[in-house]
Ligand binder design. Sequence first.
Ligand SMILES: NC(=O)c1ccc[n+]([C@@H]2O[C@H](COP(=O)([O-])OP(=O)(O)OC[C@H]3O[C@@H](n4cnc5c(N)ncnc54)[C@H](O)[C@@H]3O)[C@@H](O)[C@H]2O)c1
Length: 441
Amino acid sequence: MAKKSIHIVEPKGKLGVLIPGMGAVATTFMAGVEAIRRRLARPIGSLTQMGTIRLGKRPEKRAPAIKDFIPLAGLDDLVFGGWDLFKDNSYEAALKAGVLERTLLDQVKDFLSDIRPMPAVFQQKFVKKLHGENVKKGKTKMDLAEQVADDIQNFRKTSGASRLIMIWCGSTEIYLKPGAVHQSLAAFEKGLRANSPEIAPSMIYAYAALKLGIPFANGAPNLTADIPALLGLALKNGVPVCGKDFKTGQTLLKTIIAPGLKARLIGLQGWFSTNILGNRDGEVLEDPGSFRTKEESKLSVLEYILQPDLYPELYKGFCHKVKINYYPPRGDNKEGWDNLDIFGWLGYPMQIKIDFLCRDSILAAPLVLDLVLFLDLAQRCPVMAHKGIQEWLSFYFKSPMCAPHLYPEHDLFIQLMKLKNTLRHLRGEDLITHLGLEYYD
Ligand SMILES: NC(=O)c1ccc[n+]([C@@H]2O[C@H](COP(=O)([O-])OP(=O)(O)OC[C@H]3O[C@@H](n4cnc5c(N)ncnc54)[C@H](O)[C@@H]3O)[C@@H](O)[C@H]2O)c1
């Protein structure tokens, strides 16, 4: 008997994408969307644009494009706005970021030049390496949150957007542990009024968004919305949230390779990862406070995938090091080296070396697009929106947010299965278990 599909409101009108932090990732994303709309390029790397989904039994050969299977906003419906502490419009910012070639940027110059950042909520203590002048002033942090809320309402009017999404593409803030002020909405709002030093700028944007019922995604490893106060607000207002830290580059490869080693029960003695990176993100991460936030995010993945407690002979006490070196000549074209010391049958040692010449923002931009479209989908689907954290979007993150009593799922392939099964579930299709015994009856 066919299952019932779950109610999803159709995506009518424009979808406004609000971005705190309009640097390399944000401009590569926006320029890319416009280039794709003008048929200058293809949306490579985006599951919503190029992915398919298998449905039913294998002989049925049903594998529609994901965008035909579920009602997603179209690229033509996207409009963009955001904040930055630098005044450059998005064309200038994209040129400075040096990710996309000038010839491509010039073909979308009119579009990018019209996107000018609104003044940022910024406190230098949280990102030590940046000094910008396009910054809001306010007596209290609550004041600043209200200014962000006003910006959002103005953007809604001027852009004509019928729905909004916020996605943090700002710099990585210093490491913060959840404190008393983060434990409840009441404590957090009191903290906003009292200028609590524990409330970071990214939390102020997230608060303003969630308060207005706008879904929030966090592309950086900052604590931001991953605190009981803001998760409580999301649940109270029925708003989807997800994060943290886009899974690109070295960590993407880690979560591809580690599940394979574990699947074959190959042991791991150590995994050494180092990078050279010359963009502003690399410069920000030179500060030990910001690096600590990133390091936590990068280190956690292997522990969770390899499960040393279940496989102590293979994985207990493996050595894991991650280094990021700011090296300006490389710009956004990062190079990441990995050395894996592994062992097989009878304990015989082997090594794997990886040299990944990647482009950070090229890997991140399609993730931003998918997250925007999927979060909007979740918002139009009350059953999903009321769950708050969208764990099915773990696929996109280095430190996936999940319910407090769960451990995060880091294995890329389990994450993809979770995502696609969620889509099947929403449309009333059978979940795919890969059992397949029935083919041999
Ligand atoms: N590119 C990737 O592959 C990747 C992967 C994972 C995470 N990230 C994270 O995504 C974020 C963006 O990366 P990027 O390469 O675009 O960096 P970037 O330095 O080019 O851009 C970040 C922008 O955020 C702005 N900013 C900082 N604090 C702000 C605030 N409070 N309000 C408004 N704007 C603010 C900065 O001025 C800058 O323009 C970083 O936190 C990075 O760690 C990137």
